[in-house]
Design a protein around this ligand. Structure first.
Ligand code: BJ8
Length: 424
């Protein structure tokens, strides 16, 4: 990829040597974790291609869009309503924050005991490694956990940042705050793009984002079959890519993948032996290229059949009511849908416990692995309640805390293998 895109990366002011090193590591990692799998669906070739061009073709598309006058908005949280960005003819990209590269630079401006996701986005910026961040006209932060909230103050020294205030509870006054924030965000996007968001444009954007959610819901329903027809890693990849690929092309490609999957399910074919224990992941989001734990699980004799996470069902479970006729009705529909997000940053957060138990039952899993990034307090503390709720439902849980480093892979494998043996 390098020779073709060097000039573009240079223009984006990337550190070319460090960036080449990153792509090399990513390519090897992808080969080991993804391409080595057997029995993959043909439709996965699209996702393999997207990954092979992750810093190439998609970045070129973004540059072309910018040249045509469109704005690029980067985000780190599923609370940022993409519908509003699309309605102003801008492009939203979920910024990855799933790799360790840049950690050293990040630790110069952040405490070491900060979660890996935060260190990753700050480190990518400081080390000039991410062409997505460098393409953004605006990065949108949010007041979810304290670590992110404070890190955006530092991030804002290096790039234009706008912060949305996310409520921490779900009372009537929190809903009012969120509606006001949604309108303030709409104003900001109109200002940055110099476009007016009309009800018709917003409705079109709502339908587009809903259709991407629907296709991912379909993928999740199909993967739940027995025997399991697709690896957890492959579905996670689809979820990860959904954050930055073109939404129309992505939805179309995943639709085709689902058609193929449907045939496989109809023929009763599995990607793993029928007796393979089915597990579910729950917890912190796994931003691309964070594939460590799913890889450890699926190379320990189990298969992942669901992700209760923002890079998973939390982002796709709820649709926005799309038939509102006025701006007020459409904004209200967005407020409704986004207030249903059950991130651990909320208190109390009983809905999440109910969702986890319901999902584990529906997917007929043998156990749940709760995944927390080290130093993430909201998910670490909530994991105790999750374990209690699952125990009451007779479902065993293993709690894992880790970061993006590879030093603990063997230790994780030992723990996961013991859990798989226990639930088998
Ligand atoms: S809606 S999960 S995407 S905030 S892992 S940075 S919480 S210390 S990512 Fe998230 Fe939005 Fe919630 Fe979803 Fe903080 Fe924890 Fe780090 Fe986290």
């Amino acid at each position: 990829m390098s020779t073709t895109y060097d000039a573009m990366w240079e223009q984006l002011n990337l550190d070319l040597d460090a960036h080449a090193g990153l792509l090399q590591v990513l390519g090897k990692f992808y080969g080991d974790i993804y391409l080595s799998q057997s029995g993959r669906l043909q439709g996965m070739e699209y996702l393999d291609f997207v990954i092979s061009e992750v810093h190439g073709l998609r970045i070129r598309e973004l540059q072309e869009a910018k040249a045509a006058g469109r704005k690029i908005v980067g985000t780190f949280c599923v609370f940022v309503p993409e519908e509003i960005v699309l309605a102003a003819d801008a492009i939203q990209v979920g910024l990855c924050a799933g790799a360790e590269a840049g950690k050293e630079a990040a630790e110069k401006v952040l405490p070491r005991n900060t979660c890996a996701l935060i260190k990753s986005f700050v480190g990518f910026k400081l080390s000039r490694l991410c062409p997505y961040i460098e393409s953004c006209d605006l990065v949108v932060g949010e007041t979810t956990c304290d670590g992110k909230k404070k890190a955006y103050e530092i991030f804002a020294d290096y790039t234009p940042v706008y912060v949305m205030e996310i409520p921490q509870m779900k009372q009537a006054c929190d809903r009012d705050l969120w509606r006001a924030e949604m309108l303030r965000f709409k104003d900001k996007i109109e200002e940055v793009t110099e476009k007016t968001i009309t009800p018709a444009k917003l409705q079109e954007a709502i339908r587009l984002v809903n259709s991407r959610r629907r296709v991912l819901q379909r993928l999740n329903q199909l993967r739940a079959a027995h025997p399991v027809p697709i690896s957890g890693r492959d579905v996670l990849l689809a979820n990860q890519i959904s954050f930055y690929d073109d939404p129309v092309r992505f939805t179309d490609s995943i639709g085709k993948l689902c058609d193929e999957l449907e045939q496989r399910v109809g023929a009763g074919q599995g990607v793993v032996p029928e007796e393979t224990p089915r597990l579910m992941l729950s917890g912190c989001p796994m931003a691309i290229p964070n594939w460590k734990l799913p890889y450890v699980i699926e190379s320990s004799g189990a298969v992942v059949v669901g992700e209760e996470s923002c890079v998973g069902t939390r982002n796709t479970r709820d649709l926005v009511e799309e038939n509102g006729a006025t701006m007020d009705a459409l904004i209200e529909a967005l407020v409704d849908r986004y207030m249903r997000i059950d991130c651990a940053c909320f208190t109390p957060n009983k809905e999440r416990l109910d969702h986890i138990v319901e999902m584990a039952r529906d997917l007929r899993v043998k156990g749940v692995i709760h995944y927390g990034l080290s130093f993430c307090q909201p998910y670490a503390i909530e994991s105790f309640k999750v374990e209690r709720a699952l125990k009451a439902a007779g479902i065993p849980m293993l709690s894992i805390e880790t970061d993006y480093g590879m030093e603990d892979v063997e230790q994780l494998k030992t723990r996961v293998e013991a859990f798989v043996e226990m639930v088998r």
